[in-house]
Design a binder for this molecule. Structure first.
Ligand code: NAG
Ligand code: NAG
Ligand code: NAG
Ligand code: NAG
Length: 191
């Protein structure tokens, strides 16, 4: 083969490859981002939480909500602006305080001058039950004078990964420092 023929042959092969490549490219659909899956349906999960609140200078030995800071000279309680409580309340599967499935840990701060609104910044930590090993983060200010408090769910881990929604906490029983709340968690998983 002369060098001219060799060149012509190489060119032919090259063109053939280009045509093949173009035709195979034509069959590849354009790359588009898949649409996000729709959010899950709302799921409801009801738990209970007994708590023992320390206030006004008295700290019961089994207290789960203890004021750690506040305005000097004012009583430290859930109605006094500026009071910060650290909490470690049990979560129970039923109103029976022995059916413990986790804890609620974080802070509650009285954020209204008139003592009406309190800010929750807490994590629900589940160690047994259907949500074992999952955590749920609840954050928001709510009117503490109501018997049912509502606060947003802003996220979580494991079974609660990408969870958004809200919780309501209804006081079922309150006597002295002891309170029993029914907590309803309503959430969707948003991928
Ligand atoms: C603390 O005192 C306030 C009034 O200053 C009262 O409303 C509240 O119930 C008291 N809290 C406890 C746990 O005794
Ligand atoms: C908390 O402790 C007090 C006094 O030690 C006791 O009377 C009360 O029964 C305890 N409450 C709970 C729920 O453990
Ligand atoms: C919280 O649960 C633990 C067991 O996990 C128990 O020892 C403790 O008494 C409970 N606290 C209250 C206030 O119910
Ligand atoms: C929770 O974690 C423990 C230990 O890491 C594991 O044995 C258990 O299977 C986990 N449970 C769930 C529901 O993921």
């Amino acid at each position: 083969m002369s060098s001219y023929k060799a060149l012509a042959f190489t060119l032919q092969v090259f063109l053939l490859l280009v045509v093949r490549l173009q035709s195979s490219m034509a069959t590849i659909p354009p790359v588009l981002c898949p649409p996000p899956p729709p959010p899950s349906q709302p799921t409801m999960y009801v738990v209970y939480s007994p708590s023992i609140t320390a206030a006004n200078g008295t700290v019961p030995p089994n207290a789960t909500r203890v004021p750690v800071a506040g305005i000097q000279g004012m009583p430290f309680n859930l109605k006094q602006f500026g009071t910060v409580f650290v909490i470690d309340d049990n979560i129970t599967a039923t109103p029976d305080p022995t059916t413990v499935i986790g804890v609620i840990q974080g802070t509650i701060t009285v954020t209204s001058f008139d003592g009406s609104y309190i800010q929750f910044s807490v994590t629900f930590i589940f160690n047994s039950g259907p949500y074992a090993n999952a955590t749920l983060v609840v954050l928001g200010a709510t009117d503490g004078r109501l018997t049912t408090l509502t606060a947003p769910v802003v996220g979580g881990t494991n079974a609660f990964l990408y969870a958004t929604g809200f919780v309501t906490a209804e006081i079922l029983y309150s006597q002295g420092s002891l309170t029993l709340e029914k907590i309803t968690i309503v959430y969707k998983i948003r991928p």
